[in-house]
Design a protein. Sequence first.
Length: 316
Amino acid sequence: MLMFFRPYFSEILLAEEAKAKGNAAYAAGNFTEAIKHFTEAIDFAPTNHILYSNRSAAYASLNEFSDALADAQKTVVLKPDWSKGYSRLGAAHLGLHQRDESIDAYRKGLDIDPDNEALKHGLAEALYSQAAQPRVSSDFPFETALKGEQMWIRLASSPSTWGYLQQPDFVKKMHDIQENSRNVGVYMMDPRIRDALTVLWGVKVSAEISIKGEKSPVEAEQEPAPELVELSDEEKETKDSNVDKETKDAGKGITRDEFAEGYIKKGAAKILMHRYEEALEAYQEGSVHVPGHPELQDGIRRYLEKRLSHFLAYLA
């Protein structure tokens, strides 16, 4: 019986020895060396969840998040009630920009250990990353306008851009933009590209528009951003109440006389509520009933500029 268990205990000792070397290398910042030792330890003890967890941390330290994720997943399979495994899992998902999965992993860990500070910190970081990520829908008008042969047809049909199509460097830049819309930011300083985007997007594109979607200093002075102002809970309730009232009143105005003023008020109220698509619908519907009204056209223009700034922020 003793002879039967001797190889098993020998492998455990070898695994612990390799693990100790891996921990020492990790503490010294030698992550590649740490991975080597943890891998050796895993060869001796393939069901030890701590070894996969440690190697996951080492991979993550080298920004090798795919490998970190594989080890983190193995960790939680071997030990599903161990909170640290979910911390490794959340970190790996976040490193791969898989924000929803990261949040889910951290929350599962907190279900096991609600007071774990590492999990709380990781969850906060994942939630912040998710909130900061620009969202661009698949039918986003600015990106759609850059696709397919219709782009070339529109450029050839416009007096302001058809001549550019005879210039090889311009054509190459537009091909680059079609292949990867992020190249808009690379070529934005070329006035021909700005002319082309103006034609394609139907909104004036100037060099003053920041690639990161920020306002120029002059624009910032003319139109401060109200959403950056911190309001108290009482002020927020009052503002929301007033905005709801404006929306309802605007709706009554549209029903009563269908004049432009009702649509303008409704569009402005929707913008205050950050319901930009509904604001555009109000301005467009008003333009159907009151064609060419300058304030309605200005509302559509402001909507397009806001969406353009979001798109450029996405490209940055």
